[in-house]
Design a protein around this ligand. Sequence first.
Ligand code: NAD
Length: 305
Amino acid sequence: MVELRFDGRVAVVTGAGGGLGKAYALLLASRGAKVVVNDLGGARDGVGKSNFADDVVKEIRDKGGVAVADYNSVVEGEKIIKTAIDNFGRIDILINNAGILRDKSFLKLSEQDWDLVHTVHLKGAYKTTHAAWDYFRKQKFGRIIMTASNSGIFGNFGQSNYSAAKLGLVGFTYALALEGAKYNIKVNTIVPTAASRLTEDILPPDMFQAMKPELIAPVVAYMVHDSFEDTAQVIDSTLGYATKTYFVRGVGSPLKKKPSDPVTIESVQQQWSKVVDMKDAKHLDKMAEVTFDLVERLQEFEDRA
Ligand code: NAD
């Protein structure tokens, strides 16, 4: 098997001072990438700052790799990309990984808890990506990873702020993948489950031991490699396993019995079991396909009448 390497490539990994980001940074550097190890170094709830990215940089350099530390918040994403340009002259790979938690049941959730979680996850990813985008376009190469969560895809009690922000990153991925297509910019999302300070009080101890971030890092590294051609993929990974996740759409139903009937609240009630029936559901890849699919079904309905 040919070793997949990243020589000549420059990667920015946000939130790489620990957890998953550290595993990504170490793996990419071990395969020849020059890495910007970004981390604000705050607590799990986003409070405070420190230079713990330094330890990861030291570990990379001790192993013969090339890395620099960056302590900016992703909220100032343009400064992080500037660190890559100033030190290495380019940016090829951006892994948006930084994250915080402010878990509370919705009633107790303050506006600040909502805003800060959105700011770090969603706006942070916007800021770094926006700053890198023009470099990617001009060089006709870019690999971007967003980090979502099953909490966003399925919802999770006590994480309304986090769930909303994380699913936002999936929509962001789908839209950017379309805009990046003709510039060889691939935009994909990882949905990880791993042992880190974010999950130490959530996962049972034996699972915590087993769910090593190092088992997810190869999946992310593959998705940012030159050879990776897919885009708009949402990949769930844990414990050395990975699978694609996507939305499906049911067959649905016209909201009336005959084309000439009016749509009323009662006709909606009558058709509801068909509206939510997911038998024969399918995945549609593009907005245009969604519209086409709908027009086709309405046409069938008219023709049957
Ligand atoms: P972690 O706390 O070890 O890593 C997150 C890192 O982001 C921390 O080092 C933190 O200092 C840094 N960070 C926080 N705010 C920042 C900011 N404003 N600017 C720069 N850096 C900042 O936790 P982790 O589990 O490794 O999380 C990594 C990512 O994976 C997060 O986006 C998280 O939401 C996501 N995620 C993790 C899991 C899991 O099971 N661990 C599950 C789903 C999603």
